[in-house]
Design a protein around this ligand. Structure first.
Ligand code: THU
Length: 155
């Protein structure tokens, strides 16, 4: 039997973003400016909206021992988990800049997808916005990023 995953997503123009999403984007851009990325020169910012209205941001933090660095998404989600352990994540928005400026959009790396999945199973699934300067890709359910993923139900 052959089975297929379908990943629904939509693309929004900047003018179609809600004020809340624009605010998240603004804060993610500010966060990207605080990235510590002397090795890749790739600056990523993430903004996490929590159920209490708080917005937690994070940026990538690199290290001379490369694997010891971490991505913007994980910085923000782990900070949220550490500071507000009982507050569900409602939304995650990501932006990135390379040496030439803002990139159209980036999608989280595999390790971050696993961490995003954990936040979704810990509380409930949430939308993820991959925000470029002109267009934003929206996945209404972050779990679409990790089909056939590993979760605690297998333990
Ligand atoms: N990076 C992120 O922060 N998030 C992603 O989704 C992809 C990659 C960071 C890790 C590293 O510091 C730099 O971007 C280049 O890979």
């Amino acid at each position: 039997m052959e089975q297929t995953f379908t990943i629904p997503y939509k693309t929004l123009l900047r003018s179609e973003l809600t004020p809340e999403d624009r605010r998240l984007e603004e804060l993610a851009v500010e966060a990207a400016q605080k990235a510590y990325a002397p090795y890749s020169h790739f600056h990523v910012g993430a903004a996490v909206l929590l159920a209490n209205g708080e917005i937690i941001t994070g940026s990538n933090q690199e290290n001379a021992a490369y694997p010891s660095g971490t991505c913007a998404e994980r910085t923000a989600l782990f900070w949220a988990g550490a500071q507000c352990p009982d507050v569900p994540v409602e939304k995650l928005l990501i932006v990135a800049f390379n040496a030439s400026g803002r990139v159209p959009f980036i999608s989280p790396c595999g390790g971050c997808r696993q961490v995003i999945m954990e936040a979704a199973t810990r509380f409930h699934p949430f939308p993820i916005l991959l925000a470029g300067d002109e267009k934003t890709v929206v996945l209404e359910d972050c779990r679409y990023l990790l089909p056939f993923g590993f979760d605690g139900s297998s333990l």
